[in-house]
Design a protein around this ligand. Structure first.
Ligand SMILES: [Zn+2]
Length: 216
């Protein structure tokens, strides 16, 4: 199947994506991964992307689409793909539609993981991470706490709250999502592709998505 996966930061897209690709043999495509791979492979497009990344600039949409076209034509995408974290904006969704038309493919569904904001805030603000770059073990102050004095149970290093996981930072990330990405839900609904799932538990969500896709 060819799927776009939508959902706010902290909605559990990564976990759901992994289970779904195992289920139907499709490949997970994230823009971060395909950009890094193109840079590593040293292709012409990769060299262009590297320039932007080294200058700390956003890679322009048309370059992302060119790299995505190459990726989608690779043999392992024949069974389908699942786009994770892309498109993020309406112009990107329109560019994606144009690309798929050009290479003779079409989307089967846009899956939206709908998680209430207070659940997301609670999930992300309770996360802690081991500050040892070689470890980076993830903890949760409620369900999986570090030691009583705040050390990593694996390596003994201090466990910290990441700067992008404070309540303020998450509030900003959610606002960006609401402004730029949430309109995609309406976009795909109008296109007749939207499948909406209230997602409070990843495993349950994956089962519901599988059932819905079988009927699609
Ligand atoms: Zn550690």
């Amino acid at each position: 199947m060819r799927i776009v996966l939508l959902g706010a930061p902290g909605a559990g897209k990564g976990t759901v994506a992994k289970s779904l690709t195992e289920f139907d043999g499709s490949v997970q495509i994230s823009t971060g991964d395909i950009l890094r791979n193109a840079v590593k492979a040293g292709s012409e497009l990769g060299k262009k992307a590297k320039g932007y990344m080294e200058r700390g600039e956003l890679v322009p949409d048309d370059l992302i689409m060119d790299i995505m076209e190459v990726r989608m034509k690779e043999p392992d995408c024949q069974k389908g793909f699942l786009l994770d974290g892309f498109p993020r904006t309406i112009p990107q969704a329109e560019a994606l539609k144009k690309l798929l038309d050009k290479i003779g493919m079409k989307l089967d569904a846009a899956i939206n993981l709908d998680v209430p904001t207070d659940v997301i805030l609670d999930r992300l603000t309770t996360r802690r991470t081991c500050s040892n770059p070689d470890c980076q073990e993830i903890y949760n102050v409620k369900s999986n706490p570090p030691t009583a004095d705040g050390k990593c149970r694996k390596c003994g290093t201090d466990v910290i709250q990441r700067a992008d996981e404070t309540e303020e930072a998450i509030g900003n990330r959610l606002k960006t999502y609401q402004d730029k990405t949430a309109p995609l839900i309406v976009y795909y609904e109008k296109a007749g592709l939207l499948k909406n799932f209230l997602s409070l538990n990843s495993r349950e969500t994956v089962e519901n998505v599988k059932i819905a896709l079988k009927g699609a």
